[in-house]
Design a protein around this ligand. Structure first.
Ligand SMILES: Cc1ncc(C[n+]2csc(CCOP(=O)(O)OP(=O)(O)O)c2C)c(N)n1
Length: 557
């Protein structure tokens, strides 16, 4: 059937199962928005394109489906850049459709022209400039396939406005074939066999797992492997929820703000089994001193991630879940009883802790209460900074897709729009953005979106009056010279009120529980809780940048 390019876009999105789209209009996407006017999709108009792309990303992380956003050419597209890079660093499947100037004006410095494919090339898994309406349907199909398969990532489709107005006969093409793109899913059986033998022989094994567990939905197989062979499991920031933190063999997070026992376990291990994790510098610290006694098995879908940062004895390329299924079939029970005893004693001796002082409300306490009152069943999104680390430490994640945070890029302003996306994708879940007073101001305008679409997310601001994490580094490594990290904040309650949200201020411990309970009762309005917390609280343990990960400050005393 003949259709306009704009209609093809909507039809193709429907065929991909897209139900929710986040975006913002403008000149070069007017024909597209005209079709959206009565299209059977739920379109969410954010108040900034960055809000749209982070919302699409939060939607994708929390549901496992591809997130979609639309922006106009020029400034609309460039406003997406931070969100695209955020998704790229964390391997999140999103498709961004950007308007472009008319085909014949490209390269002319036309009004609102930007070289979107050029700008986004290094931060996308793939990107397209549609030059012919004949390719449009195929490109959309390919974009979804590419974004969601292999190591997922963001895909940009740059769409000149004249193409959205042309007519073409659209047919949905089930089969996708992209030259040079054939992700390997099945692990090599010989490598899996070698890995099983190595694990059986190991006396001090550690599973070091990352976001790949969540992406490939390998959590059950991971638990099976850990139970069967009694292997302790550490989960990176991106992997939180991939292994139940209430399990005896859970080590929590490794690395710069890792638990003492996770870092000690890695440093003393004789075999590190890395699954869907990439040896990021925030995990390894000083790379030459990382896991000095361990051989390494690395399971990853991305061949380019293997031996990128560390040398690996047994690489296995493929889908983590598929590989763990095969491994679990052949692996025999192994004996790591002494090692498990050691791990348990480290866990007992060096728990995460904080001190109650007279200096005021502790942010860690606030998060503990959020955990208690949501019964550990909420989706937590975070901003970046101390709030992000405390949210990782003090809420226990037991299910995948419940801790949503910008890990790789560390994007302040991510958490709130991501929370909106997560709530739209999971309307029955409680969604809480654990925020800093700095970060929340980077996309606070999305309160208007949450109010107008009745998205009742809770924004828990840990208001310490400063850019806490940077202030912490200045205190510890820059002789307490607090250079431009103190904030004069607006009144967040008045802001909430002005947007039509609910605002609650909390200054002392006794007010924490009642405020959270009140927020949980809100079924339509977003709630901002302004927790006034101790401005000098620090995140511990901490490994100074570039040091070995057993050189932790705090946590061992
Ligand atoms: C967009 C962006 N700009 C700057 C930074 C650098 N940065 C990392 S943490 C941080 C402080 C965050 O302050 P706040 O949101 O108040 O959180 P807190 O650390 O106090 O919990 C800054 C400025 C960043 N990560 N992202």
């Amino acid at each position: 059937m003949k259709m306009t390019g704009a209609n093809i876009v909507i039809e193709a999105l429907k065929r991909e199962g897209v139900k929710d789209i986040f975006g913002y209009p403008g000149g070069s996407v007017l024909p597209l928005f005209d079709v959206l006017y009565d299209a059977p999709v739920n379109f969410i108009l954010t108040r900034h394109e960055q809000g749209a792309v982070h919302a699409a990303d939060g939607y994708a992380r929390s549901t496992g489906r591809v997130g979609v956003c639309i922006a106009t050419s020029g400034p609309g597209a460039t406003n997406l850049v931070t969100g695209i890079a955020t998704a790229y660093m964390d391997s999140i499947p999103i498709v961004c459709i950007t308007g472009q100037v008319k085909t014949h004006l490209i390269g002319n410095d036309a009004f609102q022209e930007a070289d979107t494919t050029g700008i986004t090339r290094p931060i996308t898994k793939y990107n397209y400039l549609v030059k012919d309406i004949k390719d449009l349907g195929r490109i959309i199909r390919e974009a979804f396939y590419c974004a969601s398969t292999g190591r997922p990532g963001p895909v940009v489709i740059d769409l000149p406005v004249d193409i959205t107005l042309k007519q073409y006969d659209y047919k949905y093409q089930e089969k996708v074939s992209i030259r040079g793109y054939k992700p390997v899913l099945k692990g090599h059986p010989l490598q899996i066999k070698k890995a099983a033998e190595m694990i059986e022989k190991s006396k001090r094994p550690v599973l070091y797992t990352g976001g790949g567990i969540i992406i490939s939905e390998a959590d059950r197989e991971l638990k099976k492997l850990s139970d069967k062979c009694q292997i302790p499991v550490t989960t990176t920031l991106m992997g939180l929820g991939g292994f139940p933190e209430d399990a005896e063999l859970s080590l929590g997070m490794p690395g710069m703000h890792g638990t003492v026992y996770a870092n000690l376990a890695i440093q003393k291990s004789d075999l590190l089994i890395a699954v869907g994790s990439r040896f990021d510098d925030r995990v390894t610290g000083k790379i030459e001193a990382f896991a000095p006694e361990a051989k390494i098995i690395h399971i990853d879908i991305d061949p380019s991630a293997i031996s990128k940062n560390v040398d690996v004895e047994i690489p296995i390329v493929g889908d983590a879940r598929k590989i763990l299924i095969e491994l679990n079939k052949i692996i025999k029970k192994s004996d790591s009883a002494d090692w498990v005893k050691q791990i348990k004693s480290w866990k007992k001796d060096f728990p995460l802790k904080y001190e109650e002082t007279a200096a005021g409300l502790k942010p860690q306490y606030v998060i503990e209460q959020i955990y208690k009152l949501t019964k550990g069943d909420a989706i937590i999104t975070t901003e970046v900074g101390q709030n992000q680390m405390w949210a990782a430490h003090w809420y226990q994640y037991t299910k995948p897709r419940t801790y949503i945070s910008s890990g790789g890029l560390g994007t302040m302003g991510y958490g709130f729009p991501a929370a909106i996306g997560a709530k739209i994708g999971n309307p029955d879940k409680v969604v809480v953005d654990i925020a800093g007073d700095g970060s929340i101001q980077m996309n606070i305008q999305e309160l208007a979106t949450a109010v107008s679409y009745e998205v009742p997310v809770i924004i828990a601001i840990l208001n310490n009056g400063c850019l806490g994490m940077v202030r912490q580094w200045q205190e510890m490594f820059y002789k307490e010279r607090y250079s431009y990290t103190c904030l004069d904040n607006p009144d967040f309650i008045k802001i909430a009120d002005a947007y039509g949200a609910i605002g609650i201020r909390v200054k002392k411990q006794s007010e924490v529980g009642p405020a959270i309970k009140k927020a949980l009762k809100s079924k339509k309005k977003p709630v901002v809780i302004d927790f006034i917390v101790d401005g000098f609280e620090n995140v511990f343990p901490m490994v100074p940048a570039g040091e070995a990960i057993d050189r932790m400050i705090g946590g061992m005393a």
